[in-house]
Design a protein around this ligand. Structure first.
Ligand code: F42
Length: 144
């Protein structure tokens, strides 16, 4: 059984701990924005470790849109490489945990549709994309 290796960022690790230990009753929003967050459990592509990554909740029917924004920094968050290497994830949305498969969305019309949903759910994504020449990766998580 792979071991869980928490994020190196304290507030991220703490949010995951609060979210999971309360079975999604607490820790489910981005700080005081009130905007909902999901937890994506993914597999480290180097270590094989269990990684847990809070992301903004962007729904597309029963699918979730996962946005590798990391505040518009110049480099991808490393969970992007995890998803590219292993498409099996779990998405926790409050008390519900779904087994899902992710695929990176490159096709422009589909990506544009999903990007619009993402920006609607979390407007700062647009600013983040303006802030960097990096094309922010978009994944779609679909129920298995
Ligand atoms: N990040 C986003 O990109 N988008 C969001 O919508 C988002 C929302 C959000 C809401 C709440 C919250 O608390 C955090 C939120 N974040 C969001 C931040 C997100 O949870 C991540 O912390 C952030 O995106 C950075 O992801 P990261 O995977 O780069 O994390 C780093 C800090 C990290 O944990 N690094 C580990 C370390 O030890 O340095 C390694 C993690 C890892 O997966 N290692 C891989 C392995 O094999 O284990 C190797 C990865 C590689 O290829 O190098």
């Amino acid at each position: 059984m792979a071991e869980y290796m928490p994020s190196t960022r304290d507030w991220v690790r703490e949010q995951v701990e609060l979210y999971e230990s309360t079975n999604g009753a607490e820790g489910t929003t981005l700080r005081d924005t009130g905007l909902p967050v999901v937890i994506v459990t993914n597999t480290g592509n180097n270590t094989g470790a269990i990684r847990k990554t809070p992301l903004m909740r962007v729904k597309d029917g029963s699918n979730y849109v996962l946005v590798g924004s990391q505040g518009g920094r110049p480099r991808h968050p490393v969970w992007v490489f995890n998803l590219r290497a292993n498409s099996s994830v779990q998405v926790r949305d409050e008390a519900d945990v779904y087994e899902m498969r992710v695929r990176e969305v490159e096709d422009d019309p589909e990506r544009a549709r999903l990007w619009a949903l993402a920006v609607e759910a979390y407007p700062p994504y647009e600013e983040y994309q303006q802030r960097t020449t990096r094309k922010i990766p978009v994944f779609l998580a679909e129920p298995v």
